[in-house]
Unconditional design. Structure first.
Length: 348
């Protein structure tokens, strides 16, 4: 049950990190917020559907119908986590409150987490929740084009380039500005592949603007009004004919090179594209807390994911992870804690 118009200060924190700290000073408050997001109309047992239950002091529920003990995190993206929820919430805030997001290494340093692997898996779990099932498709006038993501490689440029990942981009035209966008890694630029992308992300009946590539007429078919803009005969540059897709593609590449230093493997690229799309499509939100709210709302309705499910091409990394010291702590320390009595003024 989604709240149509969440309110800042009532349904989610405002726009500052101070608001986040005031709302969620400890793990118990974080757990209660996830409970409220998961069951806005009251507890409903995921095993039997019963609504009669008693709550323990640790925040779990005891179902009167099937006698199961249920936590708000069970069966969600937070299932079985050993990382304190205060760290999960801080990670979600840093990920959504700024347009450049945050890298795993940067988040590790900010939160003082001992393992970069833990933070990397946490961010990837959030990325899987950023694509809402059944989300509305793009509509109206939509630009569509392909781009290549990856560093400079020798050999043939453009279509057919080696060592790069092919990405299809679609962007709505919203008057003089841009609307929503969609991006997807594709295997090739054949008509069936491009048609599958359009059917998945663009509402039938929309006007599709493309360049003069020969695959697009068959890809649009009878479902879309195709308006090609051939570059060779127009006398203009590609970014002038299709400004929306080129701007979104440029912002995406700049973000990958800036925040993540270009260190994104092709197997993980789709997850990063979903993260960029999540923030870009909500860039006009008046309160940064709204993005934080939407991410957690979708996280409590997402299936659990293991670390191994995120690993692609294991053992191919050029960097060798250091061996952790014997005295290294296993679990992260919660950000909750007792306030210190002005440690900068020690007693003389």
């Amino acid at each position: 049950m989604s709240r149509a118009v969440p309110r800042a200060g009532i349904d989610h924190p405002g726009g500052s990190y101070a608001d986040l700290l005031a709302w969620f000073p400890d793990d118990a408050s974080c757990l209660d917020y996830l409970d409220w997001l998961r069951w806005p109309a009251g507890f409903s047992c995921p095993f039997c559907g019963g609504a009669v239950a008693w709550r323990y002091r640790d925040g779990r529920w005891f179902c009167a119908g099937c006698a199961h003990r249920v936590s708000a995190t069970a069966g969600t993206l937070f299932h079985g986590t050993r990382t304190p929820l205060t760290i999960w919430f801080a990670a979600a805030w840093y990920m959504t409150s700024q347009k450049q997001g945050i890298s795993a290494l940067g988040l590790k340093r900010v939160l003082g987490v001992g393992s970069e692997q833990t933070v990397w898996a946490m961010l990837h779990r959030y990325r899987t929740a950023m694509v809402r099932p059944g989300r509305d498709r793009l509509a109206g006038t939509v630009e569509a084009d392909e781009t290549f993501v990856g560093g400079p490689e020798p050999g043939r440029p453009g279509r057919g380039a080696l060592g790069k990942t092919l990405v299809e981009v679609a962007v709505e035209q919203d008057g003089p500005t841009l609307g929503r966008c969609r991006m997807q890694v594709i295997a090739d630029t054949t008509a069936p592949t491009l048609r599958a992308f359009l059917l998945a992300h663009v509402e039938p009946g929309s006007v599709v603007l493309t360049d003069g590539f020969t695959s697009y007429p068959a890809a649009c078919g009878a479902e879309y009004v195709h308006r090609p803009e051939p570059i060779a005969t127009s006398g203009r540059q590609a970014h002038e004919l299709l400004p929306g897709v080129h701007r979104v593609a440029a912002l995406t590449k700049r973000w990958l090179l800036g925040t993540h230093q270009g260190g994104v493997k092709p197997g993980h690229l789709q997850a990063y594209l979903d993260e960029f799309t999540f923030r870009f499509n909500r860039r006009r939100s008046r309160a940064r807390g709204m993005l934080f709210y939407r991410l957690l709302e979708q996280a409590v309705h997402s299936d659990p994911r293991t670390y191994r499910s995120f690993v692609v091409d294991p053992g191919s990394s050029r960097r060798t992870m250091p061996v952790p010291p014997s005295g290294k702590r296993v679990h992260c320390t919660s950000l909750a804690g007792a306030p210190l009595d002005r440690p900068w003024r020690p007693a003389r």
